[in-house]
Design a protein around this ligand. Structure first.
Ligand code: ZN
Length: 86
């Protein structure tokens, strides 16, 4: 059974000075648009601005406070802590 959950990431107003930022600025064009991470979990994260697929199939335990720069629109995105709904 497929229970994929898709989230929009939270946009940051500018590049944070105190966080690890992952970007694909130095990647060749063909590799730039692939997600940063592809796992085997049920959590998908898309850019909060343009909806580009940033992190795919994460497990709960892989969610971190890291910041990801969208390779498509250039916005800085952060995962919000996953809150389990009851
Ligand atoms: Zn984007």
């Amino acid at each position: 059974m497929n229970n994929q959950n898709t989230f929009k990431m939270r946009l940051l107003p500018s590049r944070p000075a105190d966080a690890t930022v992952f970007s694909k600025d130095n990647f060749i064009q063909e590799k730039r648009m692939a997600p940063f991470v592809v796992g085997e979990g049920v959590l998908d994260y898309n850019c909060g601005s343009c909806g580009h697929s940033m992190l795919r199939s994460l497990r709960f335990s892989q969610v971190t406070q890291a910041v990801y720069k969208c390779p498509k629109c250039g916005e800085y995105n952060q995962i919000e802590p996953y809150v389990k709904r009851h």
